[in-house]
Design a protein around this ligand. Structure first.
Ligand code: SF4
Length: 332
């Protein structure tokens, strides 16, 4: 069977896992193409107006896969670690897609809920195995292979950097040789959900633009888990959401240890968790760390000219602080 995986949302975390898992079960994986104008347009057309931008983009990718696949994988993700939830939009995603898009192939919408225990992963994977009429043993072996791949993927990101430089390698089996550009100039913490940071179309090639200016980038996936935990102790109250807490924890750790020269927060229009995280970040950076900070809010109408101007202004501030340290606004 051809199993479609939309190149959106949790693709950025779990694609190596999912690909290995489905292929080990004897299925063919079809990935939608990188986001483009048509995918975005289809996503906007098929979703409700007040959905966040990444959910709209996800719908566009599903539309692209409809005619190319026998089944599309849209897991109902509730929680990816004990004691914490994921944004509720993920929970309702399969229902939203089924309601919004006509002509869908079969959908695998097995629930992933690790809130109570990590062991619940087996319920999730055995349900998928059953869909393909595989035995528990076959499914378990495919899971072990996929888990190994995922572990390697996470290690590479922590060791070498950016998700995109690992995921976008032509040869997915060869993630050993990622050639990551290392620091040349200033170090910026680039914060936000990976589906905003690494979707080059919706963020207008932000990463390339920054790297062209010889900026070294740190994203929260590159921060060691222990450091994120240390950083998140600065929060007055634990957040409900895994990704929000990882973003803030890694930011506070790097800021406290004076390991970055500035921060960019990329948020999506219509995202509740992003607005809370953005508010907490901006206030603390202005009050305690006094570093250049740029808030970018992505939406389907974002114009590139205005975006470039704000980015250039931020880079000028960063550069200016070299010469006039302490006498410059922290806002880009
Ligand atoms: S966290 Fe925000 S951007 Fe992500 S799915 Fe939820 S509402 Fe959308």
């Amino acid at each position: 069977m051809k199993v479609g995986i939309p190149r959106a949302l949790f693709y950025y975390y779990y694609f190596p896992f999912w690909k290995t898992f489905f292929e080990s079960l004897g299925q063919e994986v079809v990935l939608s193409g990188p986001t483009n104008k048509k995918i975005l347009k289809d996503g906007i057309k098929t979703t409700v107006d007040d959905a966040c931008l990444p959910v709209k983009v996800f719908h566009g990718h599903v539309v692209e896969l409809c005619k190319k696949t026998d089944v599309i994988f849209i897991p109902r993700i509730v929680s990816i670690e004990p004691g914490k939830y994921i944004c509720p939009k993920f929970l309702g995603l399969p229902d939203m897609v089924k309601n919004n898009i006509n002509g869908l192939p079969l959908i695998i919408d097995s629930e992933l809920n690790l809130y109570k225990s990590k062991q619940n992963i087996f319920k999730h994977i055995f349900e998928i195995g059953q869909f393909f009429q595989k035995s528990k043993l076959q499914t378990f072996l495919a899971y072990c292979k996929a888990r190994k791949k995922h572990k390697k993927y996470v290690e590479k990101i922590k060791k070498f950097g950016m998700i995109s430089s690992v995921l976008e390698r032509k040869d997915q089996n060869d993630i050993e040789k990622c050639d990551i550009e290392k620091s040349k100039y200033k170090k910026i913490m680039l914060l936000g959900h990976p589906y905003n940071i690494f979707d080059h179309y919706i963020n207008m090639n932000l990463i390339k633009k920054l790297q062209k200016n010889k900026i070294e980038l740190i994203t929260f996936e590159m921060v060691q888990e222990n450091d994120i935990i240390k950083g998140s102790k600065k929060l007055n109250k634990q957040l409900f959401w895994t990704l929000g807490e990882n973003i803030l924890g890694s930011a506070y750790y790097y800021l406290d240890n004076k390991m970055v020269d500035g921060v960019i927060h990329v948020a999506a229009f219509g995202c509740g968790p992003d607005s809370l995280v953005g508010e907490l970040l901006e206030k603390r950076i202005a009050k305690e760390y006094k570093l250049p900070f740029l808030y970018i809010n992505l939406d389907e109408q974002s114009g590139e000219a205005g975006f470039n101007t704000r980015l250039e202004a931020f880079l000028d501030i960063l550069e200016g602080r070299n010469n006039f340290e302490g006498n410059i606004s922290s806002h880009g």
